[in-house]
Design a protein around this ligand. Structure first.
Ligand code: GYE
Length: 309
């Protein structure tokens, strides 16, 4: 028995594990960092990571997952672009006995045996804590324009939900415009331009709530071009904590961000290896930390992160 266990352990150590990772795309600075960190974390553990870029399309992700199954990979990571429509392909992975780990976005399914675990932050909390900061800062009186993330994605749904809870509790807070900017800088800028136009030049807007920093950075540009001061005339509240938002904060052009770690792969790999090696069942949700940052520490935070991104 002991010999048997030893030989299976040795076999584990010898065979290099191969994981297929269906990544969303490269829509944001945070996403690029996540891809980079995933490669580093896989290499640290001697795991071969095959990354497939879905260019923000679920159909590409489904195709990639099917191809990983056909290749017989040891596990599959998916950062699911939208939250619905996964059951069929996840069932195929399950039938092939290939464990699936979800990274940074969650899915809606009635059957949670279709994935091993999900490594994500509490995205409802992120929206809530961003809203609470703004409510406090403005004495609960603020006309907000909202830049939503990708339609149908779990962070867009949940970051809206969390922020809406704060709006509901503060009668003087209102979301006067809301639209998706697809988590990108370009669309964030475009949508903000249209908000400013629709609001007669933007003087009526008290704050931008952007579901990620990249859209906030696009909005900052639009505000400046409209002759207003971001961070002062219009407050900027967002999520991710990428280096560029710290730069904006240090320059007085942004007010608060909520950190989302780009290291989702590290905890995912640890859980997967413990599962494969020792049969240890991970919890269904491995939660990463969400921390609030304001301008006081922006310079130092920028320095800490600039090389990682
Ligand atoms: O906040 C955003 C990205 O899925 C939680 O996706 C993630 C989000 C992140 O593109 O920048």
């Amino acid at each position: 028995m002991a010999a048997l266990m030893l030989s299976s352990g040795a076999a584990y150590a010898q065979t290099k594990m191969t994981i297929g990772f269906s990544q969303v795309g490269s829509e944001s600075g945070w996403r690029a960092a996540e891809t980079k960190v995933s490669k580093i974390e896989a290499e640290k553990r001697g795991v071969e990571l095959k990354i497939s870029d879905a260019q923000q399309k679920q159909e590409n992700q489904i195709r990639a997952v099917r191809s990983f199954i056909a290749q017989g990979v040891d596990a599959i990571f998916i950062a699911p672009v939208v939250s619905t429509g996964w059951d069929a392909v996840l069932k195929e992975a399950k039938d092939a006995k290939i464990p699936v780990v979800l990274l940074d976005r969650s899915i809606e399914t009635k059957d949670d045996s279709l994935y091993l675990t999900a490594v994500t932050s509490d995205t409802v909390y992120e929206g809530k804590v961003a809203g609470e900061w703004l409510a406090k800062e403005t004495g609960g009186k603020c006309n907000v324009v909202e830049l939503q993330g990708t339609v149908g994605s779990s962070p867009a749904i949940n970051r809206k939900k969390g922020f809406d809870q704060v709006v509901a509790a503060n009668p003087g807070m209102k979301i006067i415009r809301t639209q998706s900017g697809d988590f990108t800088r370009t669309k964030g800028k475009e949508v903000m331009e249209s908000f400013i136009k629709a609001e007669g030049g933007g003087k009526n807007i008290c704050a931008v709530y952007a579901h990620n920093d990249d859209m906030a950075i696009g909005a900052i540009q639009a505000i400046k071009e409209a002759g207003l001061k971001p961070g002062k005339d219009i407050k900027i509240v967002s999520i991710d904590a990428v280096p560029d938002i710290f730069k904006a904060m240090a320059d007085g052009e942004a007010n608060v961000t909520v950190e989302l770690t780009p290291n989702m792969a590290g905890p995912a790999l640890d859980a997967l290896i413990a599962f494969k090696k020792d049969g240890k069942q991970p919890p269904k949700w491995i939660q990463t930390e969400s921390k609030v940052y304001t301008p006081e520490t922006a310079k130092a935070e920028y320095e800490k992160r600039k090389d990682l991104y």
